[in-house]
Design a protein around this ligand. Structure first.
Ligand SMILES: [Mg+2]
Length: 159
């Protein structure tokens, strides 16, 4: 299957909010694991919280996650101050569609942002949303670890 998102970005921070606003987007739906937070971490980084506080000035923010672990859901609820839909069933659209209705959002005025083409992007496309594929939010830190290991390796090289 060939999936083509509207935008394919390295980092979630590369999303052009101004352009989305200009094109009539009012709501941003985010996948949770690997998109807004490290997978299964139940923790937002300060960087993503800062970015979301900019996003919410102009857009409705909602999280649509397939996660259905009750303990995890409770942890995330305690640290989130925007609407959350768990057990979303992506790429099926029934529950996400109901979530949009509940919040008075037209799918055509929403963008779905996620790291998984076959769940997030297909779900967004089926709904009629714009779609943005992003790399896993931990990709950068993984790269930093790799760089750090190389740095350590260089220390072991004799002058
Ligand atoms: Mg994900």
């Amino acid at each position: 299957m060939f999936v083509k998102p509207d935008y394919n970005l390295k980092r979630i921070y590369d999303i052009n909010l101004e352009e989305l606003k200009q094109s009539g987007i009012k709501g941003m739906l985010f996948d949770l694991d690997s998109t807004l937070m490290a997978s299964k971490s139940a923790q937002y980084s300060q960087e993503i919280l800062d970015w979301l506080s900019i996003v919410r000035k102009d857009f409705f923010i909602g999280v649509v996650s397939n996660n259905k672990n009750p303990d995890y859901i409770e942890k995330v609820r305690q640290i989130s101050d925007f609407p959350l839909l768990f057990d979303a069933g992506k790429p099926r659209i029934k529950r996400v569609s109901a979530f949009l209705n509940e919040h008075g959002l037209n799918p055509k005025e929403c963008v779905l942002v996620g790291d998984r083409p076959l769940t997030d992007i297909i779900c967004g496309q089926r709904l009629g949303c714009k779609t943005i594929l992003v790399d896993s939010i931990t990709a950068d830190s993984e790269a930093k670890i790799v760089r750090f290991v190389r740095f350590l390796e260089r220390l072991s090289v004799s002058p």
